[in-house]
Ligand binder design. Structure first.
Ligand code: GLV
Length: 325
């Protein structure tokens, strides 16, 4: 039997890649950097399936120029890089990897929150620079996490998992979500308006998908409503925060700290002004990067890809409307 041909846009954890190789002819993009758009487009045009990442632009033009494409499977939970409307119109199911990375990402949001609160990045830089001279009574004084108010923007799976962790730190949790959310038992969090959340939170953690409504949600106006002691954590998507406004707010002391797993653009250019600030901690989009979770994400994306090639319903589908149900 002729195997379907698929384009896998990066070397993914081996278990997922092996599953794909068993049933498909694999064209593998082995470079660490994403394939250029024209390569992506020409590979998509001659393959039956795509296994892609959030740094690959899967737009309407690419979808429309790919008559054989039967499935797009993304190894990520977010899929703002994919024109899902165009895929649905073309009858192409889009797979993603929800659920599996919830706790791993929530752990990491908390790691960033605590690192920013207690200035661990600055402390490490100081020690490595040979500047640890003595026990200093005022050295790198930070902020207490316990007992503080945490504002969560976007109370989906990951937001809720962060709220659960906050309970262990005796935090008061308030949240904003544009939709009505039924919170499971065991999560105590009060719903609030965005304005109240900005004004009352000591820590703000972003967990909203990137949509037209959330693009630059955290802009100059929002930042001005936050406390001067506020710590902002972003493990969602870079463009949820306006980076110029964030720079101004951090440089002028309108907020105290930002801890970012995601930036706009990504990767952040080495000469970006945010990198000149001591009160901005930036890491390279690694919130879901535990060995177990990235392996499971690769397996889920292989499962989605293979199901789509067989004409079966994707187990983790971002556009179930493609099935007309
Ligand atoms: C990571 O950011 C993801 O969406 O899975």
């Amino acid at each position: 039997m002729i195997k379907p041909t698929v384009f896998v846009t990066r070397v993914i954890p081996a278990k997922g890649l092996e599953m794909v190789r068993e049933v498909c002819e694999v064209i593998l993009w082995e470079d660490e950097l994403p394939p250029p758009y024209d390569v992506l487009r020409s590979e998509a045009a001659r393959t039956d399936g795509l296994l892609c990442l959030l740094s690959d632009r899967i737009d309407a033009a690419l979808i429309q120029a790919s008559p054989n494409l039967r499935v797009v499977s993304q190894m990520a939970v977010g899929f703002d890089n994919i024109d899902v409307t165009a895929a649905t119109a073309a009858g192409i199911p889009v797979g993603h990897t929800p659920g599996v990375l919830t706790d791993t990402t929530a752990d990491f949001a908390f790691a960033l929150l605590m690192a920013a609160a207690r200035r661990t990045g600055e402390g490490e830089r100081l020690v490595h620079a040979g500047q640890w001279r003595t026990w200093g009574p005022t050295l790198l004084m930070g902020q207490d996490v316990h007992g503080a108010t945490l504002g969560i923007v976007g109370m989906g799976r990951i937001g809720q998992a962060v709220a659960r962790r906050a309970r262990g730190f005796d935090m008061r949790v308030i949240y904003y979500d544009e939709f009505d959310v039924q919170l499971p038992a065991g999560i105590s969090a009060e719903r609030s308006s965005l304005e109240e959340l900005y004004a009352e939170s000591d820590f703000i953690s972003l967990h909203t998908p990137l949509t037209p409504n959330t693009h630059h949600l955290i802009n100059a106006t929002a930042l001005k409503q936050m406390k001067p002691s506020c710590v902002l954590v972003n493990t969602a998507r870079g463009p949820v925060v306006d980076p110029k406004a964030l720079y101004a707010a951090l440089a002028n002391g309108e907020i105290a700290y930002a801890a970012l797993d995601v930036t706009e653009p990504e990767p952040i250019p080495p000469d970006d002004p945010l990198l000149t600030l001591d009160n901005c901690l930036i890491v390279p989009h690694i919130a879901s990067s535990s060995i177990a979770t990235r392996t499971r994400m690769a397996v889920m994306s292989a499962e989605n890809l293979i199901a789509g090639l067989k004409g079966e319903r994707l187990p983790y589908c971002a556009n179930p409307q493609v099935y007309g149900t």
